[in-house]
Write a protein that binds this ligand. Structure first.
Ligand code: ZN
Length: 386
């Protein structure tokens, strides 16, 4: 750490802003932003954009026709010329439909802040703002150009933002992802599985189930046989998981089903397995005579692998945390984030730098208020030194 930037000081400075951080969080949470509701996500995006403009960032609202708008904010580095870029990722959207606040209002109690999106990941968006404030208060400028990219559709696959994120990552030396940390200890995420959904559609032939079953081809039976095969793809030792999750099929209790469908959750830990797993899904062939099978989708978010670059970034963060008297740990998760895209391009990516808490996507979603200052300090220090 630089001599004039003492970690303990920065944490102390940020603790003085704890109330403000919670107030900003509250405003963010109370502006609901479900992924699929463009008007709502845009409204929240504007709120976030305003906060960045107040901090003299160069803000661009990247308009989308159907998806919500993305927000890009840029902070100028200390030095001029070719200084490199640090990309900071987060998302504006939440999984909670409009009106969730009625049954799950924002509330602070027992040192925790509850509400939809507190943990995943409006808290992370708040940390970024106050990390930049802390730098300024400490009289420091970031070593590199800081680009904050907040997308509107992370929770539904980042379809409209992926290309923009990848383009931004290619210009960056490292990527910091402000998704929530792992567990209440605040572990960072140095490994994420690749994730995707496949859909298996089986077509058979309808017939009377009692009078003339031989004339039919039972699509549900075919699907059941396929699922049995599918489950054999599970290879936990190598980080591959395959689960049939949502099933539908048949039209009436006395009709041989003509159609059946399954949604399949597919994940893998290694980049090299993405093609292999997707190819196996695509090569499913009918078992029953006369049945037809169609497979859509597969792993769409590549895994975030714990490369040497990722390890180096983590070691850096760990060193900074030690200066605050905190032993930072790392972990892996089966869930994906936008960091998966940037890591797959070979850009060192450190994820889980957001808030500490629990209950993502659940009724008890919350963050630990007392940890906000130290998390923001960690982020500020990474901005100043990477
Ligand atoms: Zn998230």
């Amino acid at each position: 750490m630089t001599n004039n930037f003492q970690m303990v000081e920065v944490v102390r400075l940020l603790r003085r802003h704890e109330k403000e951080m919670v107030a900003t969080l509250r405003a963010f949470v109370e502006c609901e932003s479900p992924s699929a509701d463009k008007a709502a996500v845009d409204r929240f995006g504007e709120m976030v954009a305003r906060e960045w403009r107040r901090r003299d960032a160069t803000v661009r609202v990247i308009r989308q026709r159907e998806a919500g708008n993305h927000v890009r904010a840029e902070i100028v580095p200390a030095a001029r010329g070719r200084v490199g870029q640090l990309l900071v990722l987060g998302h504006l959207d939440t999984v909670y439909p409009l009106g969730t606040l009625r049954t799950m209002p924002f509330r602070a109690a027992g040192g925790r802040a509850f509400g939809p999106g507190t943990f995943d990941m409006k808290g992370g968006l708040v940390l970024a703002l106050f990390a930049v404030d802390a730098l300024r208060e400490a009289g420091l400028k970031p070593a590199k150009r800081l680009v904050f990219f907040w997308d509107s559709d992370e929770e539904i696959g980042s379809h409209s933002s992926r290309k923009l994120i990848e383009a931004e990552a290619r210009r960056s030396d490292a990527v910091l992802v402000l998704e929530p940390s792992l567990g209440l200890r605040g572990d960072l995420k140095t490994q994420r599985k690749g994730v995707g959904t496949a859909e298996i559609i089986v077509r058979g032939r309808a017939a009377h189930a009692g009078i003339d079953p031989g004339a039919g081809v039972n699509a549900v039976h075919e699907l059941a046989l396929q699922i049995e095969r599918l489950m054999k793809m599970n290879d936990p030792a190598n980080g591959i998981t395959v689960q049939a999750t949502v099933l539908a099929g048949g039209s009436a209790s006395n009709v041989v089903p003509a159609e059946a469908r399954a949604q399949v959750d597919v994940r893998c830990a290694r980049l090299a397995d993405v093609v292999k797993v997707n190819r196996r899904l695509q090569s499913m062939r009918p078992i029953l005579k006369g049945a037809k099978i169609e497979v859509r989708g597969g792993i769409s978010r590549p895994p975030l692998e714990r490369t040497a670059g990722v390890q180096k970034l983590f070691a850096n963060a760990q060193k900074i945390a030690r200066e605050m008297g905190i032993e930072l740990r790392e972990g892996s998760t089966g869930g994906g984030s936008d960091g998966n895209f940037t890591a797959a391009l070979g850009v060192p990516t450190l994820d889980g730098l957001g808030v500490v808490g629990d209950g993502a996507h659940a009724l008890n979603e919350h963050l630990v208020i007392g940890k906000m200052a130290e998390r923001a300090a960690l982020i500020a220090a990474l901005f100043a030194t990477l």
